[in-house]
Design a protein around this ligand. Sequence first.
Ligand code: HEC
Ligand code: HEC
Length: 296
Amino acid sequence: MSIFWSIVVALVILANIIGCYYLIKWVSKPNKGEVKQGEETGHVWDGDLTELNNPMPMWWLYMFYISIVWALLYLLLYPGLANYSGLLGWTSDKEYTEEVADADAIYGPIFSQYAETPIIKLSKNEEANLVGQRLFVNYCSQCHGSDAGGSRGFPNLTDNDWIWGGKPSDIRHTILNGRTASMPAWESVLKPLQIDYLADYLVSLTGREHKATDAVRGKRIFASYCAACHKADATGNSLLGAPNLADKVWLYGASRKKIIESITKGRTGHMPANKDFLGEDKVHILAAYVYSLSNE
Ligand code: HEC
Ligand code: HEC
């Protein structure tokens, strides 16, 4: 925020608080009309409910004044007045970092003790898996689901079908460094009819209903445009994250329509890196947990 707007915002906030003070001063004055204090004002509701001309109770007024002082003190100590950062120098960032440091001091030794154990062995350790599951729910479930079952665009991690490889070292690498898949969009290269043939070919690979002559045409196109990444037999290449297109597992949907959409528009799934965020020890436990889900 620029200094100008910072001052404008600060003035608006202060004017509000001062405004509250004058408002309460104004309404707390006894009514100077014809009616004397303690007498009926003449306002009547529900037949017999009358209003007396009394000042507001002191306890109520004091609460109001105290809240005004409280607000001013708060704004002096904490960041709340536009760009002014407060006398205490409190920031949510700092508080978060401190909490993380405290937690690391307590849990760090537990995590590093697991880091010594190889992933396959660790994946059979019930206690470690419970820790891994909790980490997973916190950091991974928003994309992969709390049961790791995945959803469209986010792979299922429980089915032992891997895009980027299912060896312990592959899984660890995926979580630690992230992965970015890059399936080009083909709409500017191939005609819609050619993409149609390709869809027939891919559908034919899993034995579903298809036009046989079109599938043969599709196979030829596949060999020249797609085999470099997906392999000649369409079984995929985990080094590139190019999925197996000849099995029943589909990341973006198995229907003809979704397959055509994948080819036409391309797909660029991104798995974030966790090296700096979670660190190697937690990633190690997570890798063992993910490994355990499909290797019981
Ligand atoms: C440069 C490498 C590359 C080439 C060439 C390529 N692909 Fe892909 N393809 C990928 C990658 C990587 C993915 C995974 C995308 C993701 O995970 O977001 C993918 C995903 C797909 C999917 C979605 C699979 C699913 O599980 O939902 C289909 C369908 C597909 N490709 C078909 C093709 C066809 C047909 C061609 C040829 C016209 C082709 N690809 C060429 C790399 C490639
Ligand atoms: C922002 C969403 C997001 C979050 C958070 C996320 N992932 Fe992923 N993850 C993905 C996507 C998308 C892919 C697939 C990338 C692709 O298209 O190839 C993926 C792929 C993976 C794979 C590879 C699957 C395979 O078949 O090879 C593993 C393992 C994985 N994630 C584990 C994790 C773990 C463990 C966490 C928590 C630390 C996590 N992910 C957090 C989005 C996410």
